[in-house]
Each structure stands twice: as structure tokens, then as C-alpha cells.
Write a protein that binds this ligand. Structure first.
Ligand code: GTP
Ligand code: MG
Length: 401
């Protein structure tokens, strides 16, 4: 199974260090890279820090990426993980949104020394808005507070109250030291007062959306290998069997699944979360299409009601932006702004405004080119979208109706 994890938290609470630790302990780093960075650290006569791993990857990755968040892969005994590091600073909230809109679960990193900080509330609102239902809390830097359970409990209850006020039912709070690797991959003997799971055990226990949902497959790429056309993408919900009859929307193409491929093996079936390639009988298909079973097909829409939060610039009634959902990119017109909402409290603060600004949230009627979206409540994976204006991600939201 592939699980997309987004890491959020206040600046300097240890997100990069935690990613470095996860990569290191899962042995997803090449030996050379480890030595190289250890040497570098020695040269600077500084303590060897896991954040260095990430920073050196960052430079490489940045060149190729259009968005400024960084995603890295690692593998546990059970799952493949894509983990996205989201900078904690205020100005980077919009990056967080882009990262979070692809995430199945969030890990909130809170420093045991500092506890809840200013940005934590807004992060919560955004996570909730994007429908990330599973939030795991790691209380980091336990080494710096002498591994004391009292300090952990204090931060835990502080964060627990905040999460509750946003409607999250989070039961997982893990005391860790990202620096030393305590309770990340390895249980920590010093904190024997903690009886719960490690972070990796928690992540390995994640269950993604259930199989009873209709099949939805998002097309990412189409390429040819030995005269076979392979359609690569991800099963966002439901289950796909070889031989299934499917329909691609908005293209309207129908076909039968001849092969399901992962790496170089053939599968009989695939499930939610699987990134696969499929081979189908002829027909026109393009990136941005979504296919489902012929008997429970995806329906393209040209209008829907959404709730969005604006993180940059402004948005006017009548204006045309770009909407991205799954891999689809379509033109979308702001047909009507119904209610303006305070993004920190969730309260309605205006009816039918002509324009909204940075940090406002709103319920909006969007008129779009034909595109497959789903109600967030039904299929969250296709119920989230990002709004783009002049090549910048300016906001994100969920499909209400
Ligand atoms: P930004 O990317 O700036 O938002 O910060 P971040 O959340 O990625 O934090 P980062 O991983 O860069 O860590 C910030 C500082 O905290 C660094 O100096 C780390 O060495 C330190 N740190 C991280 N984890 C731990 C830990 O478990 N214990 C202690 N004592 N320090 C830690
Ligand atoms: Mg960082």
C-alpha cells in the first residue's frame, strides 16, 4: 500500500529531523550519502544532524519541482510512504496546502519544550478543511526535557484540546526524539512509562478509505512499452480487477482492463492507495481523466459548490482561475461567492461578497470545464482541489455538492 503522509508543525519543532530519521532507520538512504553527510558534519564540527539529509535532498529535488514542498519516499516492512515536509513558517502556509491536499494522514510535530505555538491553530483549520481525518501527534525533543512524562502529558492535553475544538478525534500521541530515534522506529527504554506504539507502528496500522467505495482511478501518465499502451495512475478509492469494464471521464472512452502492472509484475487486482499501470483496449484517454467501473461510473460536472480558503492574492466573483483536482487542470469561473468565513474560527462573517482576500475562506459556486470531482464526504481523494491564479497556488478547498 502507498500512504501519503504530510508533516506539519511549528518552525524548528523537528520536521526535517524526523524525516531524516525515518529515511535513515528505514534504510532508504544510500550508504554513500550517509558517509558524505557525516563527513560534512564533521567538517563543520557540529553535531551530526538528520535535518542535513533532508536539506541535501532538498537542493536536488527543488530543481525538478514546480511546487516548493518536498516529498520523499521510504519503505517500511508493510507500506510505501511518500512523506511531504511542510515548512512551519507563516509564509509557507500555502505550500502546506499544496502538500496536504495529497495527503492521507498528517503527522503533527510539536516540540516538548515549546508546546502549542502560534501557527498550530491555522494548521489545524487547514488540515480539517482539506479533510485529513487522521492526525497523529508526535511530541518531539523528549531528550531535551529529560524524558519526563509530566512534560509529555502537559503538551498532550494542550494539543488534545486544540484538536478536539477542530473536530479531530486523535488518540495517538507519541513521545519521541527525532534526533536520537526514540519511539520512531525503535522503542525507547528510558521512556518506559509510555506503553503505546512507535511512530512507524502507527503509520503501518493506517487504514485508507474502505473498499466499498466505487472505483476511481486517476490517470497520471500514458506511455508505450513494446507497442503496449500503459496508463499509469493511482487507485484513489475502491478496487480494480483484471477484466473489469471501465469508463474514462470526461473523455467518455470505454474499455476493458487487460493487465494490471506494478513495477514489473502483473497483478490480478489493485486497491485504494495502489500506484499501478493498466493496459486497456483501444480508445482515447488523457491525463486528468478518471476511470471507474461502467456500472458505477464517475460523473463529470461543469458546476459544483465548494468551500475554499484563500492563502494569497484575492478572488472576485466572475473571475476565471485554474482548478486542479487529481491530475485534472481545468478553467473555472467564480460564479458566486455565497458566504465568507473566518479561517481561524470557522464563523460566517459575510453574505454574498463580491471579493475575498488572503486568509478568507468562503463557500463558492464554481463553473468549470467538464471535470470529474466527487463530494468530499463520499470520496475525499477526489473531493479536494487547488486554485491557481497566474501560475500560483492561491487557495484550496473541498467539494461540498
Ligand atoms: P523548519 O523546517 O525550519 O520549520 O524546522 P523543522 O521543523 O524542520 O526543524 P528541524 O528538523 O530543522 O529541527 C530544528 C532544530 O531542532 C535543529 O537544531 C534540530 O537539531 C533540533 N531537533 C530536532 N529534533 C530534535 C530532538 O529530537 N531533540 C533535540 N534535542 N533537538 C532536536
Ligand atoms: Mg525543516
Amino acid at each position: 500500500m502507498n500512504v501519503n503522509v504530510v508533516l506539519v508543525g511549528h518552525v524548528d519543532h523537528g520536521k526535517s529531523t524526523l524525516i531524516g530519521r525515518l529515511l535513515y532507520d528505514s534504510e532508504s538512504l544510500m550508504g554513500e550519502r550517509v558517509e558524505e553527510i557525516q563527513k560534512l558534519a564533521e567538517e563543520y564540527k557540529r553535531k551530526f544532524e538528520f535535518a542535513y539529509f533532508l536539506d541535501s535532498f532538498e537542493d536536488e529535488l527543488k530543481e525538478e519541482r514546480t511546487i516548493d514542498t518536498v516529498s520523499l519516499m521510504f519503505k517500511s516492512k508493510k507500506n510505501y510512504y511518500t512523506i511531504t515536509d511542510v515548512p512551519g513558517h507563516k509564509e509557507f502556509i500555502k505550500n502546506m496546502l499544496t502538500g496536504a491536499s495529497h495527503a492521507d494522514v498528517a503527522v503533527l510535530v510539536v516540540s516538548a519544550e515549546e508546546g502549542v505555538q502560534e501557527q498550530t491553530r491555522r494548521h489545524m483549520f487547514l488540515l480539517k478543511m482539506l479533510g485529513i481525518r487522521q492526525v497523529f501527534v508526535v511530541v518531539n525533543k523528549m531528550d531535551a526535557v529529560g524524558y519526563k512524562s509530566e512534560q509529555f502529558e502537559t503538551v498532550k492535553s494542550q494539543i488534545g484540546m486544540l484538536l478536539n475544538s477542530f473536530g479531530f478525534k486523535t488518540e495517538v500521541f507519541i513521545p519521541i526524539s527525532a534526533m536520537d530515534g526514540d519511539n520512531v522506529y525503535r522503542k525507547c527504554e528510558v521512556m518506559d512509562w509510555y506503553k503505546g506504539p512507535t511512530l512507524i507502528e502507527t503509520l503501518d496500522g493506517v487504514k485508507l478509505s474502505s473498499d466499498e467505495k466505487p472505483l476511481r482511478f486517476v490517470v497520471q501518465d500514458i506511455y508505450s512499452v513494446d507497442s503496449e499502451r500503459i496508463i499509469a495512475g493511482r487507485v484513489e478509492s475502491g478496487r480494480l480487477q483484471k477484466g473489469a469494464e471501465v469508463i474514462f471521464e470526461p473523455s467518455g472512452t470505454k474499455g476493458e482492463i487487460e493487465r494490471i502492472i506494478v513495477f514489473d509484475a502483473d497483478l490480478e487486482e489493485a486497491e485504494a492507495g495502489d500506484s499501478i499501470g493498466v493496459v486497456i483496449t483501444a480508445g482515447d484517454v488523457k491525463r486528468g481523466d478518471v476511470f471507474g467501473l461502467l456500472k458505477r461510473p464517475p460523473k463529470p460536472v461543469n458546476e459544483f459548490l465548494g468551500e475554499a480558503v484563500l492563502l494569497d492574492k484575492s478572488m472576485r466573483k466572475g473571475e476565471t482561475l485554474e482548478l486542479r483536482c487529481g491530475t485534472a487542470k481545468v478553467a473555472c469561473k467564480i460564479k458566486e461567492i455565497k458566504e465568507k468565513i473566518n479561517s481561524e474560527t470557522g464563523q460566517v462573517i459575510g453574505e454574498r461578497p463580491e471579493e475575498i482576500y488572503e486568509h478568507d475562506a468562503a463557500t463558492i459556486v464554481f463553473a468549470t470545464e467538464p471535470v470529474v470531482v466527487e463530494k468530499f464526504a463520499d470520496i475525499p481523494e477526489l473531493g479536494r482541489f487547488v486554485l491557481v491564479k497566474a501560475d500560483k497556488n492561491i487557495g484550496a478547498g473541498v467539494v461540498l455538492n
